[in-house]
Design a protein around this ligand. Sequence first.
Ligand SMILES: Cc1ncc(COP(=O)(O)O)c(C=O)c1O
Length: 378
Amino acid sequence: MAAPVAAPPRAAARDGDGDPPEPRRGSGAGPAGPAVPPAAPPAASRYAANIDDIRAAAARLAGHAHVTPVLTCSSIDKLAGRSLFFKCEVFQKGGAFKFRGAFNSVSLLSDEAARRGVATHSSGNHAAALALAAQLRGIPAHIVVPRDAPACKVDAARGYGGRVVLCDPTMAAREAACAEIVAATGATFVPPYDHGPVIAGQGTIALELLEQVPDLDAIVVPVSGGGMISGIALAAKSINPRCLVLAAEPRGANDAADAAASKARGERVCDAPKPETIADGLQARLGELTWPVIRDLVDEVITVSDDEIVDAMRLIMTRMKVVVEPSGAAGLAAALSPAFAASSPRAAAARRVGVILCGGNLDFDARRFWEGWAPAAL
Ligand SMILES: Cc1ncc(COP(=O)(O)O)c(C=O)c1O
């Protein structure tokens, strides 16, 4: 059973009857933590967002977004061989971390721009998050959604008042449909990840997490377009440069991990195919703004298979009693994978590891998630 970590007064703690919280071991990398000199904090103007933008985003989000709880689970710790701290963005408004970036972006619009509404193209959680953020401000949200998007995510966007326009499932069709709407309505385009206010909003996850558990050796973050990991890396490296930031990326059946390939090459790989993976939220490519942050501040990319993702989902649901979607389980899949320990001596030495459970919008009607879901020998 999962247990909530004792949190500072403003942090939400989950009700429940789990094990008592883990005792704290003090701040900073302890004797068991990786012994490395701290890297220089990121320069203020180098990236699309900085720590001041992230703190400003946190002030805007206060009272509107949930401060999500951190849970621990001793039986999963045993499997991992380290202490894992699960930042439960599944409990964020809209069921995923995306509300943070969407709300921050909508808050920054002038009244005049806001009146014309917002627009985006998204196959999932950003669509619903932007619709919700727009609804809270009382403005229209035009959401272009590819026809193959999970039904639960399209329904959520509609449920929050989003004006959903379906399009063919290609990036070109999405962009064209969105551009047409923007031209016709004057709505402001809010990209899903490659946008300073979105990156800053997602960075508030790390502000909270490092307040709730200050002495982390590493944070594992699922990556797709890279908005979430960019924000988290900018915040975490600024607060605690010793804290490793590790990306979890699906390889897909077609070996399409562009973040891993980009890090290996030292340049953004733009021609990788769309990953064939059950992690429907992890199929985008790194952006122009997110790549420099990932290049400079993300320490490792750990690729995971769909089987590892499904095993991680099963563990989270059965041991922690938390519903998580495939993309949301990729971080645990990476933390449990042999690749984690093998990735670098610093990662192998990490004793206290934050894992972002970034989304819980599981499409229960998508039967392929459940077919052949044979339990691994855990
Ligand atoms: C649940 C979930 N996790 C992770 C991601 C990846 O976020 P990013 O594109 O910012 O890397 C997404 C993106 O839609 C998502 O929905």
